[in-house]
Structure formats: C-alpha cells, structure tokens
Design a protein around this ligand. Structure first.
Ligand code: ZN
Length: 181
C-alpha cells in the first residue's frame, strides 16, 4: 500500500527519472574514456566520482521538462472527477423502499466508472445511520440511538438499493433525452 503510493508520487518519478538519466550518462562517459578495471580501488573511485557528480549536479533543461510533464500528467490523472464530475454526482441521498439512504460516488480508474461507495441506511424513527451486520442468519440493521431493529425479513438489501439508485439515474437521463428531442 505504502509502496504503491511512494512509486506513484510525482516527486519519486521526476527524481527517479533525473537520477536514472544521470547514472546512464556517467556510465557512458566513464566506459568511453577508461575501460572499467577490476580493481577495488577503481570501483571505489567510480563511486566517489558519482558522489562528486551528484554534489556538482547542474540542472539540465530537458530533465526539468520531463519532471514537469510527469507532474502535470499525474495531477491530471488523479484529479479525474474534480473537473469532470457527472450530473448525478450530487445525487447522494434518497428515500428508497422504506428507508432513507445516503451514499457517495468514487471514480475507479480500474473499472473506468463511477462507483457507489459508503452506502448507509438511516433509521426510520430518528435518521441515525443504522449499523449493518451480517451473519449466517442473514443481514441485519440496528439503530444505535433508538434501538430500532430490522432483520432478514423486514430489512432492505444494499445491493437492491444500489440497483435502484443506478436505475433512477438511467430514468432521469432517459426523461431528459425525450424532453430534448
Ligand atoms: Zn433510530
């Protein structure tokens, strides 16, 4: 998890690109001028040269360009959804079947779609978020405030609610297109 984040950070990529190109340059220069000898002293000198090179590093314009382009690309990629929110983005609560439900939308790069997330049922008596739990006996909902309780026979299935939410959005789109035509 942490490793993935680290690899994805724009700094890692830009600094990584810079270091990689720098090392390639060093190896190329070095092998061109002096064939690498197998003595320990020369290896040590080689490492020392790299350290000196790093300390004397001068920024090359194209490194900056690569870093800049990668940063812009990453920002654009991860900001998907900020500028590009669909019309249904604000549709985040409704009374569906017996209860009030709330949810959020999350963009998934993997599925290339908006997904419903944090779907919560609210107590019909006091509107508090119900605690959902499931066991071998099925799903149940409990209100932590007023002790409202619903089990298998009289509670709603979240996957059914999700399907209704998606269908509501489809219906809205359909109504809009018939209105425009
Ligand atoms: Zn309640």
């Amino acid at each position: 998890m942490i490793k993935g984040k680290w690899v994805k950070s724009p700094w890692t990529i830009s600094i990584g690109t810079a270091i990689l190109s720098f090392i390639l340059t060093i190896i190329y220069d070095y092998s061109k001028n002096k064939p690498i000898a197998d003595t320990f002293g020369k290896v040590l000198k080689f490492i020392l040269n790299i350290i000196i090179y790093v300390l004397n590093i001068k920024l090359k314009v194209w490194w900056l360009l690569i870093a800049l382009i990668s940063i812009i690309y990453l920002i654009m990629r991860f900001q998907h959804g900020e500028d590009d929110r669909p019309e249904f983005y604000n549709y985040r609560e409704d009374i569906l079947k017996k209860w009030k439900w709330t949810w959020s939308w999350r963009w998934s790069n993997y599925e290339n779609a908006w997904l419903i997330t944090d779907l919560e049922a609210h107590c019909p008596n006091c509107e508090t978020s119900l605690i959902q739990s499931s066991s071998i006996y099925g799903i149940r909902f409990d209100c932590p405030r007023c002790n409202f309780r619903a089990n298998e026979d009289n509670c709603e299935q979240p996957y059914v609610i999700e399907a209704i939410i998606l269908d509501n959005i489809k219906r809205k789109k359909r109504d809009k297109s018939t209105l425009n035509s």
